[in-house]
Design a binder for this molecule. Structure first.
Ligand code: LMR
Length: 397
């Protein structure tokens, strides 16, 4: 069967991690995959997670299957987190949530659900977007289209282009939006702009599908949900794929959720019944551990407080690395104004470094960056930042 089949290329992000693991250079630096690293270059288990796991070990009585939609306590905690405690959508029972295996699983379950009932709908992603969006939604059966987002000349959002493109999206098509910390550019919409985009969705009739993988990495857990609140308040169909990989550091526990918001409780009930069918025919029911841990943390005021502190530490460390990188590049005499790096949000920035520069950094200095120049600021530490800046200066000469 495989004799005449060409091998698939390595994944543009996780394939880079494989190459990084194999690299023997003790000074290697991974600025590729979106995984948080602390000042020592480790990806720690959060203290709140350790405490919740300890508690879980004591109280867990069975490893029997979870319901198809996952633990109900987890789903309720996710809704309160992504929509805000007092959101009318929750009170009205207009949102339904299932535990999905990570943000990727959430996107795929949502994609499968929509495609099943709207096979003609096209799906729009920002230009650029997270590389895996294309693969996930193509696999779900969608034709993918792009709307304008990032302007490489200004290194900022092209809001006029975005609005002009989204105004032309037909009713019933799906538009994927990054609720905060745009991946890969780090360039987000301002709050007033989100309000305009939500009004446009309501007017035009396209379906917003929010990828919310970095809640808490922008300005804070409450601040970062602004976009989600706007779409929820619009009274339209809306999808939110959330992930606890980054903000709880639960990467390998595959802890995410897909939330479907509908204009009425009855529609939400119907949506949930079909969500369950999609899950059942795919992976039957979700893994339990990550969801139970996250629910324990979110439902305990003590653990939640620790979590918010730990999340703030991660966010602030990344911000300080943004600052040091801008200073370090200037100190090494690298041509150009890199102040945009400080203005951007979340784990990533588009460095503007060409694929040649990216290739040279990998070859000469074992510095790993995703093609296109996306850098994960969390891979920088006080110990490696000077080396990185010096290497960039050499590569850009
Ligand atoms: C990333 O963009 O690097 C992360 O979301 C990890 C992944 O799965 O690609």
């Amino acid at each position: 069967m495989w004799k005449n089949v060409q091998p698939a290329p390595p994944d543009s992000i996780l394939g880079l991690t494989d190459a990084f693991r194999k690299d023997q250079n003790p000074e290697k630096v991974n600025l590729g995959v979106g995984v948080y690293k602390d000042e020592k270059g480790n990806t720690p288990i959060l203290r709140c997670v350790k405490a919740a796991e300890k508690e879980l070990l004591e109280i867990e009585k069975t490893k029997s299957y979870l319901p198809i939609s996952g633990d109900p306590g987890y789903a309720a905690a996710v809704q309160r987190l992504i929509l805000g405690e007092n959101n009318a959508v929750i009170k009205d029972g207009r949102a339904v949530t299932v535990h999905a295996p990570g943000g990727t699983g959430a996107l795929r379950v949502g994609g499968d659900l929509i495609h099943k009932f709207s096979p003609e709908a096209k799906l729009w992603v920002s230009s650029p977007t997270w590389a895996n969006h294309n693969g996930i939604f193509e696999a779900a059966g969608f034709e993918i289209k792009q709307y304008g987002y990032y302007n490489p000349q200004t290194r900022a959002l092209d809001f006029d282009l975005l609005m002009a493109d989204l105004a032309k999206v037909p009713a019933g098509d799906v538009v994927v939006l990054h609720a905060c910390c745009h991946n890969p550019s780090g360039v987000d919409l301002q709050n007033e702009q989100w309000t305009e985009v939500a009004a446009l969705a309501a007017k035009t009739g396209w379906i917003p599908f929010l990828d919310f993988a970095y809640q808490g990495f922008g300005d804070g857990v409450d601040e970062d949900r602004f976009a989600v609140e706007q779409f929820a308040a619009a009274g339209i169909d809306c999808y939110v794929a959330s992930s606890f990989s980054k903000n709880f550091g639960l990467y390998n526990e595959r802890t995410g959720a897909i939330t479907v918001i509908t204009p009425s409780t009855d529609e939400a009930t119907v949506a949930m019944s079909h969500l369950k069918t999609v899950v059942r025919t795919n992976y039957s029911n979700p893994p339990a551990h990550g969801g139970l841990v996250a629910a324990l943390i979110l439902n305990s005021s003590e653990l939640r407080t620790i979590w918010l502190e730990e999340l703030a530490d991660m966010r602030e460390r990344i911000k300080s690395m943004r600052k040091l990188l801008v200073q370090g590049l200037a100190a090494q005499g690298v041509d150009g104004d890199f102040s945009f790096i400080e203005a951007q949000r979340g784990m990533f920035s588009f460095s503007g470094w060409s694929d040649d520069v990216v290739a040279q950094l990998r070859k000469e200095d074992s510095i790993y960056i995703v093609g296109g120049g996306r850098i994960n600021l969390a891979g920088l530490t006080n110990s490696n930042i000077e080396k990185v800046c010096a290497a960039v200066a050499r590569a850009m000469k």
